[in-house]
Design a binder for this molecule. Structure first.
Ligand SMILES: [Mg+2]
Length: 210
């Protein structure tokens, strides 16, 4: 089962950026280990949502650059009965509040899967959430954008969507970097992936591309 929060806008959008939105590509973001510290357990309570230093400001800068932003995250704890969709929504409300305070007035969409099961078409590294997002947002094409994550499943799904895979060394990123360096099977992923210390470093690079 997949839960969808279709469109998240928590203030009137920034109109002067509107024309940029058409030109600039989408930046897809994983949540845990990219935006907030991944403690190796599920983040359920808002008080456990601890932003990685500079990450929320980095999202705000992506917005200021005029890119579309979509957060796509597996929340398999729902399937395991550890928390509910309501808990996840509550946590995301808190995250949006923090993003707003950091200077990011809106994002384009947020999708989460209630399962992390391999055979769930929506759970990363499967592409269901991405395809559904494209179907529901005609201006979003992941093949023309980036997907930023910290796990091998993030890089895999980016590859499947023809999105540029970005690995950050926060969360499980360092382990993932070792993995793609070590295993021959990940040679193709390694070649395609760009690696940054954290989201802020990626955005510095992104900014320099403009
Ligand atoms: Mg992650």
């Amino acid at each position: 089962m997949t839960v969808l929060q279709p469109k998240v806008l928590w203030s009137s959008d920034v109109t002067q950026m509107a024309e940029n939105f058409n030109k600039k590509c989408v930046i897809g973001l994983d949540r845990d280990g990219v935006l907030n510290i991944d403690r190796g357990t599920y983040t359920i309570d808002p008080k456990d949502f601890e932003p990685i230093e500079g990450s929320l400001e980095a999202v705000a800068r992506i917005r200021q650059l005029g890119h579309k932003i979509v957060i796509i995250t597996n929340q398999g704890g729902i399937e395991h009965g550890l928390f509910t969709e309501e808990d996840v929504d509550k946590l995301h409300d808190y995250m949006f509040e923090l993003l707003g305070r950091a200077g990011c007035p809106s994002i384009n969409a947020l999708y989460y899967s209630a399962s992390s099961a391999k055979n769930d078409m929506y759970a990363k590294p499967n592409t269901g959430m991405f395809k559904r997002c494209e179907k529901e947002h005609s201006d979003i094409k992941f093949s023309k954008g980036y997907y930023v994550g910290d796990k091998i499943s993030d890089l895999k799904v980016a590859m499947k969507m023809n999105s540029k895979p970005i690995l950050v060394r926060t969360g499980y990123g360092k382990e993932t970097e070792e993995l793609i360096n070590k295993r021959f099977t990940y040679k193709k992923i390694k070649k395609a992936t760009k690696i940054f210390d954290d989201l802020a470093a990626f955005v510095n690079w992104l900014e320099a591309q403009n």
